[in-house]
Design a protein around this ligand. Structure first.
Ligand SMILES: Nc1ncnc2c1ncn2[C@@H]1O[C@H](COP(=O)(O)OP(=O)(O)OP(=O)(O)O)[C@@H](O)[C@H]1O
Length: 273
């Protein structure tokens, strides 16, 4: 019998048995998963589940006590800061106040890891920055001061910077926070279309269902489900992890799980439970 040969490209990111504790508490427990090239992974879970902490481990802001994280098969600990910045772009919720930079200057910073010491922006660089600004609908605001933008505009500028960076892996911590519904959809569709491997924490389960290839469901620091949205987003799982009753039906447009939530939780709170 001829073996079934599959051309399987190696995963861009592999996380093996990652555990992280802080203040004497185990906050991430034996997390393992991988991201294939070009795939978009949604990280979901209730408040305090450990989503941001897991992402922080991935972009080396914190170091897990146990386990390994491999980028293209190589331990992320072995990358120099500049090498790592060439490969991994991060869009965080609360980016430090970006001084008095204009949007264009902020987006140009995405080119830095690819440049030599004191190398100036070329015409081609400027075109890359303009193209990224256009992609996120920010060209009209290019000369505005970043700090004075609205939350959604800031978010879009940071995504433009990540686009310019041309990373292997794009890490987004609640990228849709602050965005109106049109931009929530548009930005995630844009990120998806880049062909880059992406991991994004997303609170809106319907958005995660519609736009992610696979989902990781974290609860109290543990990975309780992973796989295609159909597999992860079940009525039982949502009741169990989020404590919310819902009904799941196929979305009328794309057929992925569409969650309709049931209301009426105030009485439980009134009665202390
Ligand atoms: N440095 C730290 N020291 C102690 N506890 C921490 C630290 N960082 C995070 N935690 C705790 O770890 C838990 C997970 O936090 P994390 O921010 O990762 O959750 P999250 O899933 O991103 O939550 P949210 O959806 O509310 O943003 C929380 O209980 C948080 O208080």
């Amino acid at each position: 019998m001829v073996a079934d040969i599959q051309h399987h490209e190696p995963d861009v990111l592999t996380v093996e048995q990652l555990s992280w504790s802080a203040a004497g508490k185990a906050l991430l427990r034996e997390i393992s998963f991988s991201i294939p090239p070009g795939s978009m992974l949604g990280l979901i879970g209730p408040n305090g589940a450990g989503k941001s902490s897991l992402l922080r481990c991935l972009y080396r802001y914190i170091k897990a006590q146990q386990g390994r994280i491999l980028l293209d098969g190589r331990d992320i600990e072995s990358f120099s800061a500049k090498e790592f910045a060439r490969c991994v772009a991060v869009v965080q919720q609360d980016t430090l106040a970006q001084m008095d930079l204009s949007v264009r200057e902020l987006v140009s910073m995405g080119l830095t890891p690819h440049k030599g010491w004191l190398e100036f922006d070329s015409r081609q660089d400027r075109l890359k920055v303009s193209a990224a600004l256009e992609k996120v609908g920010m060209q009209a605001l290019a000369d505005r001061t970043f700090n004075l933008l609205s939350g959604g505009e800031k978010q879009r500028a940071l995504i433009a910077r990540a686009i310019v960076q041309q990373p292997r892996l794009l890490i987004l911590d609640e990228p849709t926070n602050h965005l109106d519904i049109r931009y929530q959809i548009q930005i995630l569709e844009l990120v998806r279309s880049l062909g880059v491997s992406v991991i994004a924490s997303i609170h809106d389960l319907n958005l995660a269902s519609a736009l992610c290839d696979k989902l990781l469901l974290l609860n109290r620091g543990e990975l309780v489900a992973r796989g295609a949205p159909e597999k992860v987003l079940t009525e039982a799982m949502i009741a169990d992890v989020f404590g919310v009753c819902c009904q799941i039906s196929p979305h009328p447009q794309h057929g992925k799980p569409l969650i309709s939530y049931f209301y009426g939780y105030q009485r439980e709170v009134d009665h202390g439970g």
